[in-house]
Write a protein that binds this ligand. Structure first.
Ligand code: FAD
Length: 340
């Protein structure tokens, strides 16, 4: 492998049903920073069927170039044709770096592609930067929690290309929209053959998810084991409604079956960055903090004054959440009524 041949930062632009996932814009944001350090361009790789119209949106968020692989075989995500398409793009265009979202699709696609093109992959990165690794300059340094979040590992891939990483949604920042920006569009089709190994999709049944994705909420009222039961969450629902926010939860709550996995914040849940995160009855385990410590304002309510959640909180209330939450809700409702 001649490493010199590999140039530029590529991101996998994930779309489903002809709609780009916001991870694509987050990867473009990070990709831009990395490309600036390397003096390189950012390329978005867009796979799908009838998706050419999405290229402009990728340009608005910072793509200098879009490589489009458009084929009916790519209408719905399936491992085999998508792996073939992305691996073919790598072999043809030789990126130095390739970033993929750590979404359900990205977690399926990236390892398979990395194996096909014989390079390494660092999964679930939270920090990406360009730096020196041993004697080699300008390597991608990929940082991620390891051993259940008890340590942080920084990993490099000095001898193979591309340097591949998956990145958790919600961790990287999007660029500001640059209306009217245009990218250089390159159409490429490596050819797809319907293969007996391909999965045939008979029907797509969508489960009705929560109305608001907790990753988009401005106010989150998050409950932990201290809430005590599913019924106990009524107090959190009331506060979230008064704030115009949503309810989320710790893993203990999800494991207890009180709330669905969709609402879990943390290392094995979602990464959230609301304006205000209220943690009620959550101790603040490192795996939980990994998903919420970037929130603008953190308010912790816990009856144990030594709970680690207070170490990251901007405001802390030591006390029983069953008493404090109704008071907060009442106060906010009164403020709102006063303003009317
Ligand atoms: C590999 C791995 C991945 C993990 N991923 C995640 C993850 O994504 N998200 C996550 O959350 N966890 C995750 N965990 C689990 C994590 O380690 C903790 O076990 C979990 O976060 C604890 O949840 P909790 O804070 O709700 O419960 P607890 O730790 O039991 O804390 C309950 C808190 O409630 C307080 N409390 C009790 N009653 C009241 C009351 N009436 N009023 C006020 N306060 C009260 C208590 O003082 C206590 O601090 C992971 C663990 C591992 C090993």
């Amino acid at each position: 492998m001649n490493l010199e041949e590999y140039k530029g930062v590529f991101i996998f632009a994930q779309q489903v049903d002809n709609e780009l996932n916001s991870i694509s814009f987050e990867l473009l944001g990070k990709g831009k920073d990395l490309a600036a350090d390397l003096g390189a361009e950012v390329t978005a790789v867009l796979l799908g069927s009838g998706v050419k119209g999405l290229a402009d949106e990728l340009a608005v968020y910072g793509a200098d170039r879009v490589i489009l692989v458009d084929d009916p075989q790519l209408a719905d995500y399936r491992t085999e044709p998508y792996s073939h398409g992305l691996a073919a793009v790598i072999n043809e265009f030789k990126p130095e770096i390739l970033l993929v979202g750590a979404t359900a699709i990205g977690r399926d696609l990236a390892p398979r592609v990395s194996a096909r093109v014989a390079t390494g992959l660092t999964a679930d990165c939270t920090v990406l930067e360009i730096g020196d690794f041993k004697e080699k300059e300008k390597q991608l340094l990929m940082t991620r929690p390891a051993f259940g979040g008890n340590t942080i590992a920084t990993i490099a891939c000095p001898d193979n290309r591309p340097q591949m990483a998956t990145v958790r949604p919600g961790v990287m920042q999007k660029n500001e929209r640059k209306e009217g920006a245009k990218a250089n569009l390159v159409e490429f089709n490596p050819g797809f053959t319907p293969d007996h190994k391909y999965v045939e999709i008979l029907e797509v049944v969508k489960t009705p998810g929560e109305e608001v994705d907790i990753m988009d909420a401005k106010f989150l009222v998050s409950g932990g084991r201290g809430v005590g039961s599913l019924e106990g969450f009524a107090l959190l629902d009331d506060l979230a409604e008064a704030l115009g926010g949503s309810v989320s939860a710790s893993r203990a709550v999800v494991d207890a079956g009180w709330k669905p996995k969709d609402l879990q914040v943390g290392q094995t849940g979602k990464t959230v960055r609301p304006n205000v995160y209220i943690a009620a009855g959550i101790s603040g385990a490192i795996q939980h903090l990994a998903g919420m410590e970037e929130s603008d304002i953190i308010i912790a309510i816990n009856k144990d004054e030594t709970a680690p959640i207070f170490d990251v909180a901007d405001y802390g209330v030591v006390g029983d959440l069953t008493k404090i939450l109704p008071l907060l809700t009442k106060r906010i409702q009164a403020e709102k009524a006063g303003k009317r």
